[in-house]
Write a protein that binds this ligand. Structure first.
Ligand code: C5P
Length: 243
């Protein structure tokens, strides 16, 4: 019984406005992808990591993650795809036959703790085929009609509200997401047929599309996703916390 983690780091992260892809951007002097891999390794429940890198940066990524002494499990770097879903599929294709649990984690969430990793893996090992960390939603959330119906009023875009989901049943989900290997393989095989514009933004979505159960475990604020400069600043708060 082994657990493989696929660490997605093949995105461009253009919203951060840096001249290197997001996973290479440093927080407290260390690239995000390294922070994420250290915590996966420190969990003690991950046996190997496959990192997806931008095509032209596979060698650079190997240098960055291969040279870090705190990443104490084997790391293999593969070229990612054009979408996150394709990148995960490329990582999955490299998965060892012996891996029966697969975690999918985003380098854009570099401070997801070793504790969270253990919580997700434990829930999969307890018999849940698909496990996602999630936090209650603090804002009231509105659904709006799709963009084409948005109109401008005095130069401001207005979007008609179609509904207000009950906030108490909403969770904002994070990574790492954990899966029974066979179920994730099946979900990606089915998802590969989708139009790239309809590719899933998380792996649990592909499992749901199969009609299979996904469960939520409690996530954590440290697992925040870094998208903007503000997120980068906030993430710095977690850089000194124990792995
Ligand atoms: O762009 P976004 O922040 O949503 O990406 C989430 C994660 O997916 C990031 O860690 C990014 O590197 C990864 N990704 C990828 N391959 C892509 C696009 C995104 O591995 N083609």
């Amino acid at each position: 019984m082994t657990t493989l983690a696929i660490l997605t780091a093949a995105g461009s992260g253009t919203r951060l406005g840096r001249d290197v892809p997001k996973a290479f951007v440093e927080v407290a002097g260390t690239p995000m992808v390294v922070h994420a891999a250290r915590r996966l390794a420190a969990s003690g429940v991950v046996d190997a990591i496959v990192v997806t890198a931008p095509h032209r940066l596979v060698a650079a990524m190997s240098d960055v993650v291969g040279g870090d002494t705190q990443i104490t499990v084997p790391v293999h770097v593969v070229a990612g795809g054009a979408t996150r879903q394709e990148s995960v599929a490329a990582g999955l294709a490299q998965a060892d036959d012996g891996a029966d649990v697969v975690l999918v984690h985003d380098a854009a969430r570099p401070f997801a703790s070793a504790d969270l990793v253990r919580r997700v893996v434990a829930a999969v090992r307890a018999g849940n085929g698909a496990v996602v960390p999630g936090l209650p939603v603090v804002d009231t959330v509105k659904a709006v009609s799709a963009a084409p119906s948005a109109t401008r009023t005095s130069g401001t875009v207005v979007e008609p509200v179609t509904s207000t989901p009950d906030r108490s049943v909403l969770r904002a989900v994070q990574t790492p997401q954990g899966f029974d290997r066979a179920l994730l393989d099946r979900a990606h095989a089915a998802g590969a047929a989708r139009d790239p514009d309809a590719h899933a933004t998380d792996d649990a979505g592909l499992v749901e599309a199969l009609g299979e159960q996904v469960v939520v475990v409690l996530g954590e604020e440290a697992a925040l996703k870094i998208t903007t400069e503000r997120d980068l600043y906030l993430a710095g708060l977690y850089a000194e916390a124990p792995l």
